[in-house]
Design a protein around this ligand. Sequence first.
Ligand code: PMP
Length: 414
Amino acid sequence: MTTRAATGPGLDITAIRKEFPILSQQINGHPLVYFDNAATTQKPGQVIKALTDYYSGYNANIHRGIHTLAEKATKGFEETRVAAQHFLGAREKEEIIFVRGVTEAINLVARAMGSRLLKKGDEILISGLEHHSNIVPWQMIAEEVGASIQVIPVSENGELDLSALDTLLSRKTKMVTVNHASNSLGTINDIETIIDKAHEVGALVMIDGAQAAAHIDIDVQKLDCDFYCISGHKMYGPTGVGVLYGKREHLEQMPPYMGGGEMIREVTFKKTTYNDIPYKFEAGTPNIADVIALNEAFRFISRISKDSIRRHEAQLLDYAARQLTRLKGVRLVGTAREKVSVQSFLVDGVHPFDVGQLLDARGIAVRTGHHCTQPLMEHFGIEGTVRASFAVYNTQEEIDAMIEGISRIKGFLQ
Ligand code: PMP
């Protein structure tokens, strides 16, 4: 049994770390320093336990069964829907659709909404900060219907230049889709302004919340976005599960994304009628265990509180940026005023991949490369960066270990 850390201000990070079994190991003879949280966070004991409890205690398919195990599994699954509704501030639980993650959520909307909403000559507005998963699905649908993609430009410090919105948005704009926070640079985007301006021209807005869910309070009703999506694995939950929020009016209009069991009302060889939302979009046996365990990730975050998580991570980010800046030959990439705890950087004369490998030899996990944002890297004229991203269980001492590691790299390579 893992111990549970207390909540409130002044987090007990030592206790929080004890909740994450993976963190207590050595990598290459050094204590693991895990700074790849923007790729995926580690999982607390309560999430892992929910998975094993399901498989060892009540594994059964949901919705269709009337036996005890099926009822228990269905209850757990549907409880997560209500938890997700509250986590995102949605009006109704029917507006919550379980998907594999943000990638699937965006593909679902691009396909289902795009095929109905878009026609030749229409425009889809994205931003220069987008992950490939918020670029490619839109390119695919745009190509199919003859629409085009417009891009909000990125300034030197990694913020979006929203002054361009007035020229980019027009009655031709049917869909605006941007991330809440950038996975490569950490920039928190002013999505309130983007949503308001997009709605003024009648466009719908989708927000990719992959990098926001673990850090920023989300209230989809207040934001008034049309769609919002998150991935469980980036917020202390399991892989292979995510949530798509959509306003009821849109979800009801949208055609299904996949056909199969569960998403139907009645099937004949002549015609099939579809189930109500959200089930219309949940064809087949879903990822039951991971949906149930996702609820524990929501519980973990609300126990620690996003406010406390954000404050702790802001201190780490600020400390890391200051220490990295002090190193000769290190350049920060992404210095927006509002950021989640992601810091990209470059070490003069050393390929990011080599920095990553040399840090790994000291037990420090960072990510290197283009972070699935090739257009953004191209904008900065670089191939990629080294990216350190922090979570609630990280410490200043771990940043010191990374700084020590980087400061030795140059000598190492000579
Ligand atoms: N958008 C952003 C901003 C991301 O960081 C990621 C994951 N790196 C994705 C989308 C895709 O998320 P997933 O792989 O969980 O579908």
